[in-house]
Write a protein that binds this ligand. Structure first.
Ligand code: SAM
Length: 400
């Protein structure tokens, strides 16, 4: 169901609560950690909206600014440099009004495509975090993200909300078919949806968003009934993320549901070149999952522990995956690098802590060799830590 732009901000919907929960919860540990790089943080909300919903609930700008406030209050660092920019095509005046408490922020009226390069000009040595929350799909051209990855930022992270079903529906129109699984859109209220038709312009535009024509095969399989709409969406999202991985080493793809037990309605994509950013996001997804489940289920608790994909968590299956994955490391490899690789292979199926516990079991069974630097604690005992931080390195390798 398509709605006018204006209605979006009347009342904060469950859907926006789920998205913001993930932004806020990830952004808190991210800011705390990134400040310790002693480099400035440049935060850009590329589709900022009004700042606040008309019912008083905070939008993404206020959520991020409250996190920044808290981190600055609690940090032990003497000085921190944080710059925040909010771009919106339609609501810059509302943003100015709703963000009055933050006179230091930068508010831009216009399109993110036209303004981002300018905002990031001269920020090469900074840590850049972009929140990308558009209504439709047109803004999600892979080439924009590729370009960003080539700049010499100290680090860059993207958190993207993608209306992947919107892409599939428009791709169907472009290839002369219609999307029959209309129920998918029943409670996904869309604002200002992209519209494509059976023209070469639409095909070119979809090729540019996806940066390739791989989506056409998926739609053709949907057309012939080989796969259904959900499978088409899952395959497209997977391939879109694979494509992003040409520029970003670590790309996590998380399906989001509006109601528990439902099929996904949207995707949250996290892209970074930084393994620790990926691991932080994995734990954020897993730790916040309970809270998200509650929003999605209206407070009903599930009998079984479920993962981000609403799959029942099976400890044996996870342990088997850990063994299968880590068996590939015949030479010493950084633990964090290997962990990030594990989550690239299987998705954020469990927390980093769960994998580390399984690794410790494998270590005590002699199946993997763990080398720690330093190898002893301050009191001279054998070190057992499983975390790489300042002054601590951990390497793993499979025992042959
Ligand atoms: C989904 S809403 C953002 C909601 C916001 N993240 C929040 O949580 O409050 C998308 C916003 O993008 C704005 N917009 C649409 N096209 C844009 C563009 N090309 N560049 C920047 N903003 C755009 C719309 O005015 C709208 O406010």
């Amino acid at each position: 169901m398509a709605k006018k732009n204006n209605d979006f901000f009347v009342e904060k919907k469950a859907w926006s609560v789920v998205k913001d929960e993930l932004l806020g919860c990830y952004f808190m540990p991210y800011v705390s950690k990134i400040l310790h790089t002693y480099r400035p943080l440049v935060y850009v909300d590329c589709f900022a909206g009004k700042g606040k919903f008309d019912d008083g609930n905070p939008g993404s700008p206020l959520i991020a600014l409250e996190v920044i406030d808290k981190c600055q209050e609690s940090t032990s660092m003497e000085s921190t440099q944080i710059e925040a920019t909010f771009i919106d095509l339609n609501y810059a005046d509302d943003l100015r009004n709703n963000l009055q408490k933050y006179p230091w922020v930068n508010i831009i009226s216009g399109k993110y495509e036209d303004n981002l390069a300018n905002v990031l000009q001269g920020k090469e040595r900074c840590n850049v975090f972009l929140y990308i929350d558009p209504y439709g799909i047109k803004a999600l051209r892979c080439s924009i993200f590729d370009e960003l990855s080539k700049k010499h930022f100290n680090s860059i992270e993207l958190l993207i909300n993608m209306n992947s079903f919107g892409f599939i529906r428009e791709a169907c129109h472009a290839l002369g078919t219609s999307f029959n699984d209309k129920a998918i859109f029943d409670d996904l209220v869309e604002y200002d949806p992209s519209k494509m038709d059976k023209s070469s312009e639409s095909i070119d535009e979809l090729n540019a968003i996806a940066d390739g024509d791989y989506w056409q095969d998926i739609i053709n399989q949907y057309k012939t009934g080989t796969i259904d709409g959900y499978e088409a969406e899952a395959r497209f999202s997977e391939q879109y993320c694979q494509r992003l991985r040409q520029s970003y080493t670590y790309v996590l793809n998380m399906p989001l549901r509006i109601k528990k037990g439902q099929r996904p309605k949207y995707r949250l994509i996290h892209a970074t070149n930084h393994r620790d950013g990926c691991l932080l996001m994995v734990d954020n997804i897993c730790n916040r999952w309970e809270a998200l489940q509650e929003i999605q289920s209206g407070g009903q608790l599930s009998l079984f522990e479920e993962n981000y994909d609403n799959q029942i968590v099976d400890d044996t299956d996870i342990a088997n995956k850990v063994s299968a994955y880590f068996a590939r490391y015949s030479a010493n490899t950084s633990l964090h690098e290997a962990l990030a690789g594990f989550f690239m292979e299987y998705g954020p199926i469990c927390s980093t802590g769960t994998v580390k516990k399984d690794l410790k079991k494998l270590e005590s069974n002699g199946r993997i060799i763990v080398t720690r630097e330093p190898s002893t604690t301050g009191k001279g005992k054998k070190a057992t830590y499983m975390s790489e931080e300042k002054g601590k390195k951990v390497y793993v390798r499979w025992a042959q």
